[in-house]
Write a protein that binds this ligand. Structure first.
Ligand SMILES: NC(=O)c1ccc[n+]([C@@H]2O[C@H](COP(=O)([O-])OP(=O)(O)OC[C@H]3O[C@@H](n4cnc5c(N)ncnc54)[C@H](OP(=O)(O)O)[C@@H]3O)[C@@H](O)[C@H]2O)c1
Length: 252
């Protein structure tokens, strides 16, 4: 039996990008996967394609609404694997990054995972088994220019991961982070467009800048991030907690 077969999983932001790759990989390994996001059409298409068992529409920054939805999900079924993947990035020089930008980044990249974890953790503790995987970033492990709010929010997410891991060490619940480098999704596409619009450089030149930070000279594939998540989610990965796995071609 596959090491995640039969386990229930929730993947936030599972409708596209890295989250969709994670949902697909877990589903192919036999997990019962629920995907969550704002875009109903994208989520429904993934379920129709057989890449997830069901979907839920929710905005992780709607604190009260999101808490109610994940609490209901936890009550209605067993969630053994929680993948906090939904996230967003903004880029601007620090002096042009206002407090509302910092709040926006913290809401989506830190508070979203915190709310989901608070709702789902009690069931995991009661069952003495759980796998929480937070999709952080290399931006949780080092600084990058022009993305201070994003970098701060991802460092915060890694801090939450490490703290919870030791708090829960004897509970059967592991808490880890996966830290991708620049990965080939809409997020990088949007960042390239932003830099092109602000600097007038060509998209090729900006894309080359992103790939240069990876010693392998390429973007990471979403499926490569998904592989690391599946490894951490396995039943027999129970001794691995509080760690941050960089999937970044040697950048870290
Ligand atoms: N791409 C990279 O280079 C890279 C590198 C390191 C880390 N990461 C991290 O990996 C994760 C996934 O990123 P990605 O590259 O796959 O980005 P993406 O292609 O832009 O996808 C973002 C995902 O997050 C969901 N999402 C965003 N805001 C949400 C909200 N308020 N409520 C619910 N869902 C929301 C989106 O769902 P809807 O469209 O349905 O709202 C979408 O599924 C993020 O946490 C990101 O920070 C990405």
């Amino acid at each position: 039996m596959s090491e995640v077969a039969g386990l229930g999983a929730l993947v936030t932001g599972g409708g596209r990008g890295i989250g969709a790759a994670i949902a697909t990989a877990l589903t192919r390994s036999g997990a019962e996967v629920t995907i969550l996001g704002r875009n109903q059409a994208a989520l429904a298409a993934r379920v129709k394609a057989g890449d997830a068992a069901r979907y839920v529409v929710a905005d992780v920054t709607d604190e009260i609404g999101f808490a109610a939805i994940v609490t209901k999900l936890a009550a209605d079924g067993t969630i053994d694997i929680l993948v906090n993947n939904a996230g967003a990035a903004i880029s601007a020089p620090f002096l042009k990054t206002g407090s509302s930008d910092f709040h926006r980044m913290l809401n989506v990249n830190l508070m979203g995972p915190m709310i989901a974890t608070q709702a789902i953790l009690p069931g995991m503790i009661a069952r003495k088994f759980g796998r929480i995987v937070n999709i952080a970033s290399t931006a949780a492990l080092k600084g990058y220019p022009y993305v201070s709010a994003y970098v701060a929010s991802k460092h915060a997410l890694l801090g939450l991961t490490r703290s919870l891991a030791v708090e829960l060490a004897k509970s059967g619940v592991t808490v880890n982070a996966v830290c991708p480098g620049f990965t080939d999704t809409d997020m990088v596409g949007t960042s390239v467009e932003t830099v092109v619009a602000k600097t007038g450089r060509t998209a090729e030149a900006v894309r080359a800048e992103f790939t240069k930070s990876n010693p392998m000279g390429r973007l990471i594939a979403p499926e490569e991030v998904a592989d690391a998540v599946c490894f951490l989610a396995r039943r027999d990965s129970g001794a691995i907690t509080g760690t941050a796995i960089a999937v970044a071609g040697g950048e870290i």
